[in-house]
Structures are given as C-alpha cells and as structure tokens.
Write a protein that binds this ligand. Structure first.
Ligand SMILES: NC(=O)c1ccc[n+]([C@@H]2O[C@H](COP(=O)([O-])OP(=O)(O)OC[C@H]3O[C@@H](n4cnc5c(N)ncnc54)[C@H](O)[C@@H]3O)[C@@H](O)[C@H]2O)c1
Length: 322
C-alpha cells in the first residue's frame, strides 16, 4: 500500500470542529487546501465558520499562501461524506480513548486505504486508538497546540501498527503547511510538550493550593520570567547560558544539589472545591471582565508579534554568522 505523497494532498477532512478542529480548518484553508468538515453537534457549522472568520485576521498577518480562500470550506453532517474523498484526515473529537478508538474504526471503514488518518489527541496512545482499524498502518498522531492556525509545533508519532512511511508523509505534510513537526521517538502517554506543561501545571496547583501564590502570581512568574526566553530558546540551552563561560557543565555543578532538595512536588494535589474556586475566581479576576473572544484576539496578535520578532531574530543571527 502506498500513501498519498505529502505534496499531492489537496483536500483535508476535519472530523470534530471544536477548538482544535476549527483551528486546523483555518490553518489548512490559509495554506490553499480544500477542507471538508463534519461534527454531529447542533450548530457546529455556524460555530466553525465563525471561528475561522475570527482567526483569519491573525493568519493574514502571518501571511496567506497561494489559493488561501475561506470559500474552500464545506460542511457535512455525515462522517462518510467528509472522509471518503479526502487526501488526508484530521480527527479532533473529545479526548476519550473509547470514543476515539470507535471513531477511528468508523473513519477507517470508509476512507480510501492510502489516506492517512491523524488524531489530534493530546496524550492517548496511538496503539490503542488504532486497535479496531482494518488499516491501522495509516493511523498517526498529529498533536497540535492551540491556536493551531498560529502555533508551529505539531508532535508526530505512531503506534505499534503504524507504518514508518505514514509518519514520514505526515511529517512532510505538516512542514509544508508552515509547521515545525517534532517526531516523538517512542510511544508514551502525554508525548513531550504536554508532559512538560503538565509538570509545570502540577507545581502551579501546589503553589496555589498552599496559599503561596495566586493564579496571577503564577502567570506573571512565567510570562515575565522564563516564558520570555522560552519563545526562542528552550530549557536546555537556557541553562547552558546560565552557567556563564562554563556552560551546562558549570550549571550542573552549581545546581545539581538542588535536584535532591524537595523543590518540586510533582504528584498533583487533590483538586478540591477550594482549589478549583481559587483557579476559577483567580483567572476570572485576571480577565478583568473581558470575554474569551476578546482575550483570544489579543493572544493571537501577540503570538503573531512574537513569531515575526522570532523569525527576524533568527534571520539576523544567520546573516551575522555568514
Ligand atoms: N484544546 C486544546 O488546547 C487542545 C490542544 C491540542 C490537542 N487537543 C486535542 O484535540 C481534540 C479535540 O479537543 P478540543 O479542545 O477541540 O475539544 P472540543 O470539545 O472543543 O471539540 C470537540 C468536538 O468534537 C465533536 N464530537 C463529539 N463527538 C464526535 C464524533 N463522534 N465525531 C465527530 N466529532 C465529534 C464535538 O461536537 C466538538 O465539537 C482532543 O483530542 C484534545 O485532546 C486539544
């Protein structure tokens, strides 16, 4: 069996059009692809078109590709209609293993066998999701980050039955639509980026639960601190610089003892009513009465500013080296 080559993919089926499915739809449309979407929820088509319209100004600032056109979006209530003539399928139903395994089997039963089916799952094992498929070799994980139409990262991994060529094509396809795919070398729950986010989130929950920090304190600690560097340099290279001329070797010598201290707690605290209240009320206070829609627009504009500054910085560094 030969999969579609990445460059021959012209139409994508989106299964599930919530936050992530609509984000994928916007990114695919902005890259000149045709999108056929499906979702069983009442009113799903209106919400999808609204979300694509809301994303369009930020995407336009990032740069539309040839053929980008919102009229290339069609919607159908029937799963079979959406997937049977697609060149690539992106599944974005709720994060529930049984539901995804069932849905994958339904998609697999109607989609042509050379077409790759990618799941946006945030951390489920692909071997479990593909278990009921006739052609499990074409099932991959393509795990994006919200908002999908702006964030570059997509984690790509397969299950035990996935064929390596399916992963290669998914990887090339995502790179072709302006993303930075990351191949997860081993099938693990939570993959890489969410495992990192989850560790940070657990510590944040402890700090809030112990009354040490508010949700605002946590967010300021990240966005005015490590978060500024993380947009262009990850934890490892940052710590290399933290060692001065001695680099990472000096950092390790200086901070290794801290690894033995009980700085972090890692096992999550119980999500009690009181902790939930602090999180919900704290973030509502931070939002200062602004709607989610308004915050999303502000977030998108700032992401675009950061991406533009990041790309400019990277090209200046290349020129100064050359
Ligand atoms: N929200 C995030 O930040 C984020 C980030 C990366 C990945 N993901 C993953 O993306 C997937 C979707 O998450 P979301 O945040 O968009 O959820 P969501 O709740 O916003 O959307 C899920 C959509 O799936 C639809 N749906 C339910 N059953 C369906 C079915 N049988 N067939 C087709 N559609 C169905 C729902 O009607 C809904 O529109 C999950 O696997 C999640 O883990 C989410």
């Amino acid at each position: 069996m030969k999969f579609e080559e990445a460059k021959s993919i012209k139409s994508v089926a989106i299964v599930g059009t919530g936050v992530i499915g609509s984000g994928w739809a916007a990114r695919y449309l902005a890259n000149g692809l045709h999108v056929r979407a499906t979702d069983p929820a009442p009113g799903a088509e209106d919400r999808l078109r609204r979300d694509v319209d809301r994303a369009w100004p930020a995407i336009t600032r990032m740069g539309l590709k040839a053929g980008a056109d919102r009229s290339n979006l069609t919607f159908t209530a029937r799963l079979g209609d959406a997937v049977q003539s697609a060149d690539y399928i992106q599944e974005n139903a709720p994060e529930d293993e049984a539901l995804k395994a069932r849905l994958m089997a339904e998609i697999d039963a109607v989609a042509p066998e050379q077409v790759i089916i990618a799941s946006s799952s945030s951390g489920l094992l692909p071997s479990r999701i593909q278990a009921n498929c006739r052609h499990p070799e074409r099932v991959v994980i393509g795990h994006p980050f919200n908002p999908v139409y702006l964030m570059p990262l997509v984690e790509v991994l397969g299950g035990q039955a996935t064929r390596p060529s399916a992963l290669d094509i998914a990887f090339d396809f995502y790179r072709g639509i302006g993303m930075s795919p990351l191949r997860v070398r081993q099938e693990i729950p939570g993959y890489i980026a969410d495992r990192l986010q989850e560790a940070l989130w657990r510590e944040a929950l402890h700090l809030i639960n112990d009354g040490i920090a508010t949700t605002k304190d946590i967010d300021e600690a990240i966005s005015n601190g490590p978060g500024v560097r993380w947009a262009f340099m990850g934890t490892c290279l940052t710590f290399h610089l933290a060692g001065g001329d001695g680099g990472m070797a000096h950092t390790l010598a200086q901070f290794a003892p801290a690894l033995k201290l009980p700085w972090t707690k890692l096992v999550a605290p119980e999500l009690t009513e009181e902790l939930s209240r602090r999180l919900i009320e704290g973030t509502a206070e931070q939002a200062k009465g602004q709607s989610v829609e308004s915050l999303v627009l502000q977030r998108d504009n700032r992401i675009v500013d950061i991406m533009i500054a990041r790309d400019k910085g990277a090209s200046q560094a290349t020129h100064s080296r050359g």
